[in-house]
Design a protein around this ligand. Structure first.
Ligand SMILES: *[C@@H]1O[C@H](CO)[C@@H](O)[C@H](O)[C@H]1NC(C)=O
Ligand SMILES: *[C@@H]1O[C@H](CO)[C@@H](O)[C@H](O)[C@H]1NC(C)=O
Ligand SMILES: *[C@@H]1O[C@H](CO)[C@@H](O)[C@H](O)[C@H]1NC(C)=O
Ligand SMILES: *[C@@H]1O[C@H](CO)[C@@H](O)[C@H](O)[C@H]1NC(C)=O
Length: 474
């Protein structure tokens, strides 16, 4: 009886530690050799953010260059970095749990988060606790960084690069501004290396205006489709100008429907492909916001199985809610991976269409390195739209930046041009050829070189073939 009591008390204590541990409210685990750590940070009472840190086995000690760390921010909003970014894009293992040759661990440590709360394994205990704005999401992320970095002097030596994809870009620049304030106030102990915006949704207005002309130029729309998309883009602009952001989100969704119909389902993530989706009812506008989000989350798995030679049969949901959740051990029983994801998008609908160009300007003015990279074949965050918002920057170096020539990029022994880049002061731009929205998936070689250059990784010069290939245990 007494034994049982002790058992219950320690179990209770453990779960309290897990979820309600006051200031040190972290549930936390390490793997055997310490190369992986993961945990929950209670970023606000009853709001729990999941993170997973990988230390690189390719680390190079170089007194003149610190080893970098990358925080990967996925899009959606509501798509899981711990799942998609990690297992489908840049982490050490793919969805078959086989080593990924082009993992970004070759250049840096990797920190994945399920952000905003409600995404992936992150969860809230009360549905009023989802974030309603990018700024609320950035505040939560800043708390997470304080919890992870402030107590770890080792990590503080690595400059942090916030690397984003898609909607993650809006969160990345907002976090960049918020993290800098926390650093200046002495509350956050880390060195911000830079902010990196991969195919990022920084200015929704510029993207919706880019879709029609781009798709017309590549024959995927005709003039009728172009006119329809122009008039909806105009409507969105009016809504944005008058601050009707929720209405603008509905019109965005309506515009996507028009383009899907007029283009016979062009893929929004790669204009050379057809969307793998079932035909959507163009009348279900209120539903299609959620549908668009799911399309994003599901895209990579359908893309892989539809790609010739793709052998990726494992469904990400099954993997995350099965093998991975068992490995992690700390996921509460009633939390399933992605169980709350749909709410994340819906609750952010009032901020979804709000631009974040001012935040980019703020970072540039403060001397932070800002890198933009964009896949040539992307539609949703088309290069045309990205170039349009860059032109709106107030940054004093813009004119000079625009006037300088680009340098071509190659990869390995391949003589084909893989992209272009240029830099002026602290603004850097990479144009990646032959890639859609998911650049590291479509062009792993050039993406890996790029991330080595951006993070000034001491491993940059090292040839990939001489790096160790330690097999990771699950
Ligand atoms: C990936 O593997 C292939 C051969 O299997 C090799 O040619 C290529 O260089 C590798 N890429 C990287 C980034 O290691
Ligand atoms: C899981 O269960 C706990 C305890 O009953 C509850 O406090 C929490 O809100 C639940 N979490 C979710 C995400 O439903
Ligand atoms: C997740 O896994 C649990 C336990 O294996 C199972 O009961 C549940 O149905 C799964 N949920 C989803 C959404 O796959
Ligand atoms: C920005 O990047 C350049 C080139 O990598 C580097 O030389 C410089 O030190 C960086 N600046 C800051 C403030 O990190």
């Amino acid at each position: 009886m007494e034994k049982f009591y002790v058992y219950v008390v320690s179990l209770l204590f453990f779960s309290l530690l897990l979820l309600h541990g006051g200031t040190a409210s972290r549930a936390f685990r390490k793997n055997q050799d310490g190369s992986e750590e993961w945990g929950y940070v209670q970023v606000r009472p009853k709001a729990h953010m999941f993170w997973w840190l990988y230390r690189s086995p390719y680390r190079v000690e170089d007194p003149s260059k610190p080893w970098p760390i990358i925080l990967w921010l996925q899009g959606g909003p509501g798509a899981s970095g711990v799942g998609i970014g990690n297992f489908q894009e840049v982490g050490p293992l793919d969805t078959n749990l086989e080593p990924r040759n082009s993992t970004w661990l070759r250049k840096a440590d990797l920190l994945f988060v399920d952000n905003p709360v409600g995404t992936g394994f992150s969860f809230v205990e009360d549905t009023n606790l989802f974030v309603k704005t990018d700024s609320e999401a950035a505040t939560d992320l800043t708390v997470l960084l304080e919890e992870i970095f402030n107590r770890n002097e080792n990590l503080q030596e690595s400059p942090l690069y916030i690397v984003a994809e898609s909607y993650g870009g809006k969160l990345a620049v907002t976090l960049g501004v918020s993290a800098l304030k926390a650093i200046e106030a002495g509350k956050l102990k880390l060195k911000l290396g830079g902010v990196v915006l991969g195919d990022s949704w920084i200015s929704p207005e510029d993207f919706v205006f880019s879709w029609g002309p781009l798709l017309k130029d590549i024959s995927r729309l005709d003039n009728n489709g172009l006119l329809k998309s122009k008039s909806l883009a105009q409507k969105i602009k009016q809504q944005l100008d008058s601050g009707n952001y929720v209405e603008a989100t509905s019109s965005w969704s309506e515009l996507e429907e028009v383009i899907i119909v007029s283009s016979n389902s062009v893929d929004f993530y790669n204009f050379l492909l057809d969307s793998g989706m079932d035909p959507l009812s163009s009348t279900a506008t209120e539903l299609s916001v959620g549908v668009s989000m799911k399309r994003y989350a599901r895209y990579l798995s359908t893309y892989k199985s539809a790609t010739p030679g793709g052998s990726d049969g494992v469904d990400l949901d099954t993997l995350m809610n099965g093998t991975i959740r068992k490995k992690l051990k700390i996921i509460p029983e009633n939390v399933t991976w992605g169980g709350q994801s749909d709410y994340v998008f819906t609750v952010l609908a009032g901020d979804f269409m709000r631009p974040r160009i001012d935040e980019v300007d703020e970072l540039l003015a403060k001397g932070v390195n800002v890198t933009i990279y964009n896949g040539q074949l992307d539609v949703i965050c088309a290069t045309k739209g990205t170039e349009a918002w860059v032109e709106k920057l107030k940054w004093e170096g813009l004119q000079k930046f625009q006037s300088i020539e680009r340098t071509p990029l190659f990869c390995g022994d391949d003589k084909h041009t893989k992209g272009f880049t240029k830099s002026y002061k602290n603004l850097h731009f990479y144009w990646i050829l032959g890639a859609g929205h998911f650049v590291p998936v479509d062009q792993p070689c050039v993406a890996l070189n790029m991330v080595g250059a951006i993070t000034d990784s001491p491993a940059s010069a090292a040839s990939a073939s001489v790096a160790p290939t330690r097999k990771r245990k699950m």
